[in-house]
Each structure stands twice: as structure tokens, then as C-alpha cells.
Design a protein. Structure first.
Length: 271
């Protein structure tokens, strides 16, 4: 009895899957969903150019801060000299102030205390203020044009990672279907005869053999669809939610690979 109840629950869950979007809409989402460290898939030279240019910008900012600090230190030094002179003047007035009234003496003492406090603060600033500049080889710094070109390549790489959206990306079979097996991370569904199958993500067809089609996204995400009748050819570009064929015998099997490693494709879909 419990076995039948479990099977019924499985059917109900799987039918609900047919019309729900995936958790992950881009490559980074997929990596995070499967707890895989992610690095943007882009040209190494372009990445090095961006990093080198940004390092140069950082060095320049440090250098500017150093120049500003040197100016500030000179200003602090000038102020300390002026305050020292003022303190000596006030000290002389106080030492010879026997002819002054109490109010005048109190005023001189207040001025002396204020000047001394300001000088002490400036002395602390002169000691504590510093800027550390890391060594930097100023040769081989990319030009602005090279940097802009590298940024364009990075933006193109980021664009490639956007392989779907919540509107177009859904479970690949949208008619009623049930999970038959999910052994060895190969998900097999039993659908209605001749059910239309849709691509889960944007990608390029890299394999068409017998009744199997493999679509690769951003060179790292691969989904194979088996038991599929299709007119696609190797090299065809497909969009998320695009029809890629129909079930050959009512069954459809799918397998997800990320960087050549197999993962449970069922985890992609909201349940």
C-alpha cells in the first residue's frame, strides 16, 4: 500500500514539474546550485589585460594619495613651526606679565593651552599619517584601447552565461509525464506519445547521434536528450524554450554535465 502511495506522490510531483521554471537561469546560478566554484569562462589574455590595467589604476591612486600626503605633511610642518613661534611669544609674555591684570594673564594662559593642544595634535598626525605603496612594474601596462577591447570580451563572456530566463526556461516536456527512473543521474520520463521536447537552455548542438541530441551552453554546461526525434544538426544554435524535437516512443531521457562531470538534472527544477 505504501509503495502505491509513494508512486502516486511521485506522479503528482512530476506533473507539477511540467510547468515550473528552473532554479538557475545563468551559468553562475547553475554552479552555485550544485556548489561548484565558479570562474567566468573568458579569454585568458583579456582577463590578464583587465587585471593589469586595474592594478595600474590602483597604483596610480596610491601614488596620488602619497603626493597628497606629502603636501599634507608639509602643511602640518609649516603649521607646527607657526605654533611653536606663537607659543614662544606667549611664553615670553607670560614670564614678563607681572604688570598684567589677572584677566589678561588668564587670557594668555588660555591662548597658550590652546596653541599647545593644536601643536600636540599636529605632531601626532605627522607621525601616524603614511601611505604604503606596493612595488609595481610600470612597463607593459595595457593602453586604454586594449583595456576597452578586453572589457568588451568580458561583457561578451558575461552575455554568454545568460543562457535562459524565468519565462522561457521550463521543464523540457510540458505535457503530463512521470519519472520512470533517475538512476546514475540519468532522468527518464514517460510522456504522452509524440510529446514536444524543448531546450532547457540556450546553447549549441554538439552531438546528433541515433536518437540523442547534446546541447552545450557556454562551453561548460552540457545537456543530453535521448530517445528524441529531431531535425537539428551539429552547430545549430538553439534558444531556451525552443522546440528541439519530440519523443520517439513516449520516453525521454536527460543527463546534465558540468565541465564533464555528471550531476542530478532533477535538482534544476523547482519542486
Amino acid at each position: 500500500m505504501f509503495r502505491h502511495i509513494k508512486k502516486l506522490l511521485t506522479v503528482l510531483v512530476c506533473i507539477s514539474l511540467m510547468y515550473t521554471p528552473v532554479y538557475a537561469n545563468d551559468v553562475k546560478d547553475i554552479y552555485e546550485l550544485y556548489d561548484i566554484p565558479y570562474t567566468l569562462n573568458m579569454d585568458d589574455q583579456a582577463l590578464a589585460t583587465i587585471n593589469r590595467y586595474n592594478a595600474a589604476e590602483h597604483y596610480l591612486a596610491q601614488y596620488r594619495n602619497l603626493i597628497k600626503l606629502q603636501y599634507n605633511k608639509q602643511s602640518i610642518s609649516d603649521n607646527i613651526v607657526a605654533l611653536d613661534a606663537k607659543l614662544k611669544q606667549l611664553e615670553a609674555q607670560l614670564l614678563s606679565g607681572y604688570y598684567l591684570s589677572d584677566a589678561e594673564l588668564n587670557s594668555l594662559e588660555d591662548q597658550y593651552a590652546t596653541c599647545k593642544h593644536k601643536r600636540d595634535l599636529l605632531l601626532k598626525r605627522a607621525v601616524t599619517e603614511s601611505v604604503h605603496i606596493n612595488s609595481f612594474n610600470t612597463t607593459d601596462v595595457p593602453t586604454k584601447e586594449e583595456y576597452i577591447e578586453a572589457l568588451a570580451k568580458r561583457d561578451e563572456a558575461l552575455k554568454r552565461t545568460n543562457i535562459g530566463n524565468s519565462v522561457s526556461v521550463n521543464f523540457p516536456v510540458r505535457s503530463a509525464a512521470v519519472v520512470v527512473t533517475n538512476d546514475d543521474n540519468v532522468l527518464t520520463l514517460k510522456a504522452l506519445p509524440n510529446s514536444t521536447v524543448y531546450s532547457i537552455y540556450d546553447g549549441v548542438v554538439t552531438e546528433v547521434s541515433q536518437s540523442k541530441v547534446t546541447i552545450v551552453s557556454d562551453d561548460v554546461i552540457s545537456i543530453g536528450y535521448s530517445n528524441l526525434v529531431t531535425e537539428l544538426s551539429i552547430g545549430d544554435e538553439v534558444a531556451a524554450g525552443q522546440k528541439i524535437g519530440y519523443t520517439d516512443n513516449g520516453y525521454i531521457s536527460m543527463q546534465l554535465q558540468i565541465e564533464g562531470n555528471v550531476y542530478d538534472i532533477l535538482k534544476l527544477f523547482k519542486q
